[in-house]
Design a binder for this molecule. Structure first.
Ligand SMILES: *Cc1c(COP(=O)(O)O)cnc(C)c1O
Length: 400
């Protein structure tokens, strides 16, 4: 029996939605399916949601909307997937990395020390679906000290009066925080709908707006819609309506809209995400916890406490006392048993691009400590109870 690390959900509902797109709407790029996916996101999370073609492009769009560029600093955790930093580098900003806490999330104290008068945005990451300490992060950015040193360079920055908190919610669709959703806290959250994520459109993402007063989130949504379409006031779908040909270009936007053929896949999944898909992920993670908690060497990932509940995207297991070499050998032994495992993540300062830019692993000791003995186990819809049992058994047989 082979168990891959990850598989996208392609079931009868996905097929039906895809066939409806191809045969009934006859429309391939942004149109009725994107509108339906945005409406479903809005219904679930109660915020305007803009669909885009990836997390990375959505984050770049938001940073450009806020006027972030050369000379500005963006703060990210050292422990994340590189896109968290690349979205800022791609628009010419400088990336400042901070260390994480033992639960893999951005440390508000490290954040407070890293903020400078040049800080324009902060990108905390809900790693594996575990929400950051948003209360702590928002307290830091809203402090009088941070507000006083923030010098706005445009009207949006003036309206906010402090750095933008853009959550990397690539993993955390549906994650809960203090009685609501994690997306109720940061100014903007961006989901990823990449093929390995909880909900997928093949490639894609969504920007959820939660800007504070005096922003009008509906008006900003309408602007971002245009901004994500080359700054063009009408989509091809709208222009295709009888007599609708005339349009204007009102801003230098990006071209990062989501096609309907992609939206159809995500729409079929999202409709049953909160009721079926997320509970199934929780069931898998609970089963791993149950099987592994009796072993002293198994450091279980954070998934639930009185304030927070994960979206169960990744099972970030750590093996107490393991070195990086021992962990790598365990991954190899699991592969020989036909089980795909993974590491989330190789810290950015260990990757060539960032090393060459001068970032040093020694500056982020907790990040390295978490990484060196981390092994992610398979979690996806359709993974059977029997497979989860086998993964846990094989792991127990091959580790300490
Ligand atoms: C997947 C991922 C991204 C990038 O998402 P794309 O949709 O592929 O651009 C960003 N951040 C994290 C933490 C991710 O895991």
């Amino acid at each position: 029996m082979k168990t891959p690390f990850s598989l996208p959900l392609i079931d009868a509902d996905v097929e039906a939605e895809m066939l409806d797109t191809l045969h009934n709407t006859g429309w391939l790029t942004s149109g009725p399916k994107v509108a339906a996916l945005e409406a479903e996101l809005r219904r679930l999370y109660n915020k305007p949601a803009l669909c885009v073609n990836s997390w990375t492009s959505g984050a770049m769009l938001v940073l450009r909307w806020f006027g972030v560029g050369p000379g500005d600093e963006v703060i990210v955790p050292a422990y994340t997937y590189s896109a968290t930093a690349l979205c800022a580098l791609n628009i010419g900003a400088r990336v400042v990395m901070v260390d994480v806490k033992d639960d893999f999330s951005m440390d508000p104290e490290q954040l407070a020390q890293a903020i400078s008068p040049r800080t324009r945005a902060i990108i905390p990451v809900d790693l594996g679906g575990w929400p950051c300490d948003y209360a702590g992060i928002m307290e830091v950015v809203n402090s009088a000290e941070v507000r006083q040193q923030f010098t706005p360079a445009n009207e949006r920055q003036e309206a906010l009066g402090r750095p933008l908190v853009l959550a990397d919610a690539a993993h955390s669709i549906g994650a809960r925080y203090r009685g609501g959703f994690a997306v109720d806290w940061p100014d903007v959250s961006v989901f990823s709908f990449h093929s390995v994520k909880n909900v997928t459109t093949g490639e894609g993402g969504a920007v959820l707006l939660n800007l504070p007063h005096p922003f009008d989130n509906e008006a900003e949504y309408r602007f971002l819609k245009v901004f994500s379409l080359n700054g063009q006031t009408k989509s091809a779908f709208e222009k295709n309506q009888a007599g609708g040909w005339r349009y204007d270009i009102i801003a230098q936007g990006l071209k990062v809209n989501m096609p309907d053929v992609c939206a159809a896949i995500g729409l079929a999944q999202l409709r049953k995400y909160e009721s079926e898909l997320l509970p199934e992920r929780r069931r898998i993670v609970d089963q791993y916890n149950e099987a592994l908690s009796k072993h002293g060497w198994a450091l279980l990932p954070p998934v639930k406490d009185p304030e927070r509940e994960s979206s169960y995207h990744l099972y970030l297991l750590r093996i107490s006392g393991y070195t990086e070499k021992q962990r790598d050998a365990l991954i190899q032994k699991m592969a020989e048993a036909g089980i795909g495992t993974n590491v989330h993540y190789i810290p950015m300062p260990m990757l060539t691009l960032f090393k060459n830019m001068g970032y040093k692993m020694e500056d982020y000791p907790n990040t390295y400590r978490l990484y060196e003995n981390e092994i992610s186990l398979p979690v996806y819809n359709g993974l059977s109870e029997e497979e989860v049992r086998r993964v846990a058994e094989e792991l127990v047989a091959r580790s300490w």
